[in-house]
Design a protein around this ligand. Structure first.
Ligand SMILES: [Zn+2]
Length: 557
């Protein structure tokens, strides 16, 4: 088998035994050796030297441990978010920085579209527009004939205009869960949760929650490539539960042009009893025999609460700043304990959505109970989001072998709202407590929850080091981590949580040849924000090269 020696300006292995190098030898899809170009050429005399990254820095490919695939249909060109983004093809999406800009964008798209086409917009965060309100009347001012649906950034709420409500047959007397009615008894246009959003999306011809499609998978994979990410989860996957779903995952991930390793976490939250959870658990466990190098099976996702910025997360005393709450159990706590034990007993790895500290507490109770009923030494159950987990809870996580996947993008995307509205200026100093977690001995990761916030692991890492909001306000330095720790939390940390750290997460012989190709060394930035300015040239996945569109065409290799 041919040996290729990939030379670089610098190789950051993220492995302390050999922390840096200037070349990596690759055989097949694996790393063969790490060293210098000359040294490796002497050891492997027949090797081909590839200097295409001679001016670049290689790091381990980034691992995104909380992302969502298959929502590509929701991520079309009509983006209304406050913060600019880039599309999977690299095209900029500027978003809208005021409510007037939101309305102007909707009017402009209405003018562009053919009369019979519906308008589906996404990414709107009403918290960025205090004082403004969106309802069917506001959208009717854009069009009374074209169905319009605006999916909010949280993905928990959408707003429809009257033409769409009409098409759905939702009137004054409609008693449909999630369809909000005003004082005049008419629907306001506000639709809550998937139960109401799914029919509205389907009326627009969008089947966003029906399972993975090649197009949706490629959207996530291309977005990942553009940001140095080579492995990502789909943290609420339903493919194993539907006929042909596993085949889609296998076919698409096997394509040579598919630049991503995927870890689908089967969505176990909708199971309604211990028996049903055990059936789904058996299905996931039996699927593990079908795993490939690019498709890793055996992870499950459960849900406990809502989100802090929408006051639906479950908080312990003293609760929300303005007395909102108590938040929502998205799964009944008793049912959750049963679900948790069923998936645990089947030997699976469980990631639980818990934003509030009351939800974290319940996860830890459930782990303790499950371990007492069914002892297991090999679980890496993970609290995902873990935004308000306390010092005492991190100590318990360490005792129980539980990991934390922290939503550090909140420091940036809702950082000011958390100071002003949700928990206040004192408790944000304890939010996303990565320093406490590491010091307690908990393995951490940082995540983006794309499409909720953009997939960009270097940016995600930067927020956890910097702990500043976009307006420059500090979240305190006591919970800051070092750049090295932050980089570990986007490489080997999530790899560990996903039980893939023997295969990826650092540049070590025997692991997959998965690299992020960067223009600068992320470990020597003068200011944490400079991590966000590092350009991604592309990725290497199992020795195959994938160039980011923003990097322009490749020069001669
Ligand atoms: Zn999520």
């Amino acid at each position: 088998m041919t040996v290729t020696i990939l030379t670089a300006r610098l190789v950051r292995t993220m492995d302390d035994a050999v922390p840096t190098a200037t070349a990596v030898a690759i055989r097949g899809d694996r790393i063969l050796a790490v060293g210098t170009g000359e040294g490796l050429a002497a050891t492997y005399p027949g090797a081909v030297v590839d200097g295409r990254y001679a001016d670049a820095v290689l790091t381990p490919g980034f691992v995104e441990a909380h992302s969502h695939m298959g929502l590509g249909a929701l991520l079309g060109p009509h983006y209304l978010g406050f913060f600019p983004r880039t599309a999977p093809d690299g095209a900029p999406r500027p978003g809208a920085q005021s409510f007037d800009e939101v309305l102007a964008a909707l009017r402009a798209w209405d003018a562009e579209l053919a009369p019979e086409e519906p308008l589906l917009a996404h990414g709107l965060d009403m918290l960025a527009h205090p004082g403004a309100a969106l309802n069917r009347h506001v959208l009717d001012a854009v069009s009374t004939t074209r169905p319009i649906l605006v999916v909010h950034q949280s993905l928990h709420v959408a707003t429809a205009n009257s033409a769409l409500l009409e098409a759905l047959g939702w009137h004054a007397g409609t008693d449909a869960t999630g369809v909000v009615h005003g004082e005049d008894a008419l629907p306001t246009g506000e639709l809550h949760e998937l139960v109401a959003m799914t029919p509205a999306l389907e009326a627009l011809g969008v089947h966003a929650f029906g399972g993975s499609t090649a197009a949706g998978m490629l959207d996530l994979a291309h977005d990942a490539r553009n940001h140095g990410c080579t492995t990502a989860t789909d943290l609420a996957n339903t493919d194993l539960l539907r006929p042909g779903g596993l085949d889609t995952l296998l076919e698409v991930t096997a394509r040579d042009d598919f630049p991503l390793r995927v870890v689908p976490a089967t969505f176990g939250a909708p199971t309604r009893s211990a028996e049903e959870a055990a059936q789904v658990a058996a299905l996931v466990a039996s699927s593990q025999g079908s795993a490939t190098s690019k498709l890793h099976l055996g992870t499950v996702k459960l849900m406990l609460d809502g989100s802090i910025q929408q006051f639906t997360a479950r908080l312990q005393e003293p609760g929300y700043l303005g007395g909102e709450g108590p938040g929502v159990w998205s799964t009944d706590p008793d049912l959750f304990r049963e679900q948790f034990h069923a998936f645990h007993a089947a030997g699976l790895n469980i990631h639980v959505h818990a934003n509030g500290d009351e939800a974290t507490e319940l996860v830890l109770d459930a782990v303790e109970e499950a371990l007492a009923r069914t002892p297991r030494w090999n679980h890496r159950h993970t609290v995902t989001h873990s935004q308000l987990s306390t010092r005492a809870q991190y100590r318990r996580m360490a005792e129980l072998g539980v990991c934390a996947n922290i939503f550090s993008n909140h420091i940036w995307y809702w950082g000011d709202q958390h100071i002003d509205a949700t928990v206040g200026p004192d408790r944000v100093l304890r939010m996303c407590a990565a320093r406490t977690a590491i010091d307690a001995g908990v393995t951490i990761a940082f995540h983006c929850d794309t499409p909720v916030t953009p997939l960009d692991p270097l940016a995600t890492a930067s927020y956890a080091v910097e702990r500043r909001t976009p307006t420059g306000r500090s979240w305190g330095e006591a919970e800051a981590v070092t750049v090295k720790e932050a980089l570990e939390a986007i490489t080997i940390g999530p790899a560990y949580q996903l039980k893939l750290d023997h295969l990826l997460g650092s540049i070590v012989p025997g692991k997959y040849a998965d690299f992020a190709v960067l223009d600068l060394d992320p470990l020597v930035v003068a200011e944490p924000r400079e991590l966000r300015e590092i350009a991604v040239v592309g990725t290497v996945v199992g020795g195959a090269h994938f160039r980011a569109p923003a990097a322009g065409p490749a020069g001669p290799a």
